[in-house]
Write a protein that binds this ligand. Structure first.
Ligand SMILES: Nc1ncnc2c1ncn2[C@@H]1O[C@H](COP(=O)(O)OP(=O)(O)OP(=O)(O)O)[C@@H](O)[C@H]1O
Ligand SMILES: [Mg+2]
Length: 227
């Protein structure tokens, strides 16, 4: 099934007289079990494109279809549900709640889920996903007391806890040593092998090569490198 189809997405930021055409032509397609890497220099629009696809930012122009449905037709409620359940987004700056524990940070998507899981089931799922990222020993530690790599793994656990259909990952291994990073990539790739989709921004060519497709972004435009 077609999970995502983006056709010539554009985003222009306007702050007074200041205009930035961050994405000029963002186009891609993703079906189940497909992984796509986005590479490209700093400032070329990778995060902005990922935010549009993840329904965090509204495009200025272009078409976005999620599971074949035009995202422009989504109600506020539908958009919230897609963000919470369909997408698991590992954001570039992690965006952790600093004064909450690791457990609470990872549990948050479950609290907002329409599934309305009970406390015991939520606890179990948080434990499972923290085991996968190797962070069970920090479960009761406040986010602000974690190292960079540990923060990154909390962000990854939080993105995966709701069992998303599509994983959006913006530099998911940037703060990790290569061994831990490769462990996380394997974890994500195993999920892709189960049929999920992956869109991953990375500066690491070795990681990009492990994806089915590579998109190189230059000055706000996507270019499919090879299949
Ligand atoms: N909210 C915003 N308002 C104004 N300009 C923005 C905003 N967000 C991003 N930009 C600008 O849009 C351009 C693309 O930014 P973006 O964050 O998408 O780049 P990137 O490819 O993710 O870079 P990096 O590799 O450094 O993370 C940059 O010039 C940036 O300054
Ligand atoms: Mg970025």
């Amino acid at each position: 099934m077609m999970l995502i189809k983006a056709v010539s997405l554009q985003k222009e930021f306007v702050h007074g007289d200041n205009r930035t055409h961050a994405v000029k032509d963002g186009s891609l397609e993703m079906t189940n079990g497909e992984s796509i890497a986005i590479t490209g220099p700093s400032g070329c629009g990778k995060t902005t494109l990922t935010n549009m696809i993840g329904l965090i930012l509204t495009p200025s122009k272009g078409e976005l279809y999620i599971e074949g449905k035009d995202a422009k037709t989504f109600s506020t409620k539908q958009t919230a549900e897609y963000r919470n359940k369909f997408f698991g987004y590992i954001v570039q700056d992690f965006a952790l709640l600093e004064n909450y524990t690791v457990r609470k940070n990872v549990e948050i998507p479950l609290l907002y889920s329409s599934e309305r899981l009970g406390a015991r089931e939520r606890k179990k799922r948080v434990q499972e996903v923290l085991t996968k990222v190797g962070l069970t020993d920090k479960i009761n530690v406040l986010a602000r007391n974690l190292s960079g790599g540990q923060r990154q793994r909390v962000a990854i656990a939080r993105a995966l806890v709701n069992n998303p259909q599509v994983i959006l990952a913006d530099e998911p291994t940037g703060s990790l040593d290569s061994e831990t990073g490769q462990g996380i990539i394997k974890l994500i790739m195993d999920l892709v092998a189960e049929g999920k989709g992956l869109l991953m921004v990375t500066h690491n060519p070795e990681i990009a090569r492990q994806c089915d497709y590579q998109i190189n972004m230059i000055d706000g435009m996507t270019n499919l490198m090879y299949a």
